[in-house]
Design a protein around this ligand. Structure first.
Ligand SMILES: NC(=O)c1ccc[n+]([C@@H]2O[C@H](COP(=O)([O-])OP(=O)(O)OC[C@H]3O[C@@H](n4cnc5c(N)ncnc54)[C@H](OP(=O)(O)O)[C@@H]3O)[C@@H](O)[C@H]2O)c1
Length: 284
């Protein structure tokens, strides 16, 4: 049995789907099982990974755990101690490239470093997936693009190599199922370095509409993101990382292609899959 924390999240959902499709038994953790339908074959586990005791009843029989730092909060050590006591052998951590390459506000890199350190100290076998920014982060532009055809952001020339969440999930599944990845830390990114202007243009191509990226002051962007209901820390994470990537583009690695034996998915692939989210609402 594989336990997935953050199972309702951008990556967690895809991990659950891939594991079930491959015939694995899955315990999918969420704080609110009534709000989510998991695929047949996945068992919903009601619990909060940031309060690890809430997962105790579900840990028996689990061999490997996907650890989502957002879901686990500051409870990595306690969760992994409990997991080890219940016979869990391996953990795969959704970490971030900032740990290896720097960039962004130091406090956010530090959070991931602490999770990795606690994992190393847990005695479990581990794999760290140090992820680039997720393509899905561009969903933050969707309401504005639908309304105005403009994507506002700070630091338009900041370049990163965003990774498709399905690729993160596919690599995570390999690591969860195959002990050959034990003790390995992979920096995983998308295949292309793209500025924010490039990302807006590629979404426009997918939607069939010319989209403009408009640079706005970071503080104004922060307020817009908070007004959209994004969690308090997200604007600082994204804006701080963009500021750093203006000076030094985010890394591009070929790890996804090497690990999966196929090319990494592109931002254009993601935009085509999500074009409807960015389309103007037709007047009713
Ligand atoms: N976005 C990026 O660019 C990026 C880059 C590198 C690494 N990461 C890391 O990758 C991981 C997965 O990202 P994601 O975008 O898939 O995650 P996500 O969608 O933001 O969240 C995953 C799940 O965690 C649970 N959760 C959220 N806040 C929580 C809280 N305060 N306490 C307890 N549970 C909470 C929620 O599940 P329920 O509500 O169902 O309980 C949520 O669906 C995260 O840990 C993130 O830090 C992200």
């Amino acid at each position: 049995m594989i336990m997935v924390t953050g199972a309702t999240g951008t990556v967690g959902r895809e991990v659950v789907n891939l594991l079930v499709a491959g015939g694995a038994k899955v315990a999918a953790v969420t704080r609110d099982p009534a709000a989510t339908a998991f695929p047949d074959g996945a068992r919903a586990v009601a619990g909060d990974p940031s309060r690890p005791q809430s997962l105790t009843p579900a840990l028996d029989g689990v061999e490997a755990l996907l650890l989502s730092p957002r879901a686990v909060g500051g409870a990595t050590s306690e969760l992994l101690r409990l997991a080890a006591e219940h016979g869990v052998r391996r953990v795969v951590v959704l970490s971030a490239v900032t740990v290896e390459y720097g960039g962004g506000y130091r406090r956010f890199a530090r959070e991931f470093e602490l999770v990795e350190a606690a994992t190393r100290a847990s005695g479990l076998r581990w794999t760290f997936l140090r992820c680039a920014d997720f393509t899905a982060n561009a969903l933050a532009w969707a309401p504005q693009i639908r309304r105005t055809g403009v994507a506002s952001g700070a630091y338009g020339d900041a370049a990163t190599s965003p990774i498709h969440e399905r690729d993160v999930a596919a690599v995570a599944v390999r690591a969860l199922l195959d002990p050959a990845h034990d003790g390995r830390a992979y920096a995983i990114t998308g295949p292309q370095s793209l500025t924010q202007h490039d990302k807006a243009r590629l979404i426009g191509e997918a939607v069939g509409r010319e989209l403009r990226f408009e640079e706005i002051p970071p503080e104004r962007l922060r307020q817009l993101m908070l007004a959209q209901g994004l969690p308090e820390d997200v604007p600082d994470r994204l804006i701080g990382y963009a500021a750093a990537c203006l000076e030094q583009p985010g890394p591009t690695t070929d790890s996804v292609a090497r690990l999966l034996g196929r090319p990494a998915l592109t931002f254009a692939d993601w935009a085509a899959e999500h074009a409807d989210v960015f389309r103007e609402l037709s007047p009713s």
